[in-house]
Design a protein around this ligand. Structure first.
Ligand code: GDP
Length: 432
């Protein structure tokens, strides 16, 4: 049984915790898209780990972690993360592999990211400025440099030529000659001996492992509404975080993905620009942000907060083929007197029950809410479904109904232990 775990909202749903929780049932955990713009925060027995590029499965001994061809890799960021893990007593030796086909993020990508955001002015996307978008642009533009290309040692070979051309483009766009291709190449040469032992044909590795009966978890970064194709374009990331991305981003067939788990918060957040129909720009939104500590793990940016949006989850269920939800941060709603659920959008004279594709229409949508009573006892740290207050159970039941997907896992705190895995749910099969 292989499982894809992905974000079903705008990212930051708590995927890191859920992947970490489920990892003991899997031998391989594979990232299929994105770069070190992702930030997965995991707490293990009170100890905090923030992972950006390396799958959260790395925290479990004996699990092999893979970075697929669909990921863009900044080698400096990768090694910084490896060093950080080492300092925390976690070794990656023999447990971390990087696809030879993954594209590299190079220094000019970071600069071009900043430049492109500055040029957009008030239409800026709100990127993390880490070069992820420009690296994907080079990939699609067929001028990117892949991890495996670094094996080319020649002074006038394809690697050097590609770097030279890309740096020339950077200098033209930036209007100066500050970057020297020689120093970019020199840096790559220094990096290669450290990177080389990690390089593998990830597609083949997964295929071989699956044939040997091993179970693989596919880890999505960002979220469905940030997907380059299915998200709120152009306010999206540059890759496919939706379930299809697992196939193209790792080199596996769709039948290898046996189930898809969508991680959703019990409310909604979004970082960066773009429409967010249930956004609360009032004290309720502020309270959600403070209670949920809604500040980006990668950038520290405050996240925009609002009520749960079932239109979004229904859409995510469709484009990902979700089997179940992992509902996180239920505890953040503790103490609210009433809680709202958006079940549809009102747009002019129309009521929309499905996500509109047109961004201007989405921006003009007003949520149609149902109001539910809050609960009188805390849910924080509860580990059994039946121990949740009745009103919290009613809220979950209603979310399942309006989202059209069962909540197999409910998270009530940041720690691994603060989780309910419902016995009667599909998730109990995944964990066998
Ligand atoms: P990811 O990128 O989807 O993994 O999400 P982030 O790591 O950016 O954000 C999730 C944050 O919420 C992390 O700090 C988690 O430790 C925390 N978290 C996850 N689940 C819960 C939960 O059920 N309750 C609370 N209070 N925090 C949670």
């Amino acid at each position: 049984m292989n499982l894809c775990v992905l974000g079903a909202q705008w990212g930051d749903e708590g995927k890191g915790k859920i992947v970490d929780l489920l990892t003991p049932s899997f031998q391989l955990v594979a990232r299929y898209q994105g770069g070190h713009n992702a930030g997965h925060t995991v707490f293990v027995r009170g100890k905090k780990f923030v992972l950006h590029l390396i799958p959260s499965g790395i925290l479990h001994e004996g699990v092999t972690c893979l970075i697929g061809n669909g990921v863009v890799v900044d080698p400096h960021a990768l090694f910084a993360e490896v060093d950080e893990l080492k300092a925390l007593g976690i070794s990656i030796t023999g447990r971390l592999l990087v696809s030879d086909k993954a594209h590299l993020i190079l220094p000019y990508h970071r600069e071009l990211d900043v430049l492109s955001e500055a040029r957009r002015g008030d239409r800026k996307i709100g990127t993390t400025s880490r070069g992820i978008g420009p690296a994907y642009e080079d990939k699609i533009g067929r001028r990117g440099i892949r991890v495996g290309d670094l094996a080319d040692k020649s002074d006038n070979g394809p690697l050097v030529n590609a770097v030279r051309e890309n740096v020339a483009t950077r200098n033209r766009l930036m209007g100066n000659n500050d970057m020297k291709w020689e120093s970019v190449v020199a840096d790559l040469r220094v990096m290669w001996p450290r990177l080389q032992p990690l390089v593998a044909d990830v597609s083949l590795y997964i295929d071989t492992a699956m044939k040997a009966g091993k179970r693989v978890m596919f880890e999505g970064a960002q979220g469905t509404l940030l997907d380059i194709d299915h998200g709120t374009y152009p306010f999206v990331t540059s890759s496919n975080g939706t379930a299809g991305g697992a196939c193209t981003g790792l080199g596996i067939g769709p039948r290898s993905v046996h189930a898809v788990l969508g991680v959703v918060k019990a409310y909604t957040t979004r970082v960066g620009e773009g429409p967010l129909p249930t956004e609360l720009v009032d004290t309720v939104g502020e309270r959600l942000r403070e209670s949920g500590n809604e500040y980006g793990a990668s950038t520290g940016r405050p996240r925009r907060c609002g009520w749960y949006d079932a239109v979004v989850t229904r859409y995510a269920a469709r484009v990902n083929g979700l089997d179940a939800l992992a509902l996180t941060k239920l505890d953040v709603l503790d103490g609210f007197e009433e809680i709202k659920i958006c079940t549809a959008y009102r747009c002019g004279n129309e009521t929309l029950t499905e996500m509109p594709g047109d961004l201007a229409q989405l921006a003009a949508c007003v949520p149609v809410y149902e109001t539910m009573p809050g609960w009188d006892a805390p849910t924080a740290g509860v580990t059994r479904y039946e121990n949740l207050p009745a009103a919290a159970r009613a809220y979950i039941r209603r979310l399942e109904e309006v989202s059209g997907v069962p909540a197999a896992i409910v998270s009530t705190g940041s720690d691994r232990e603060h989780t309910i895995i419902r016995n009667d749910s599909v998730a109990s099969n995944w964990l066998k």
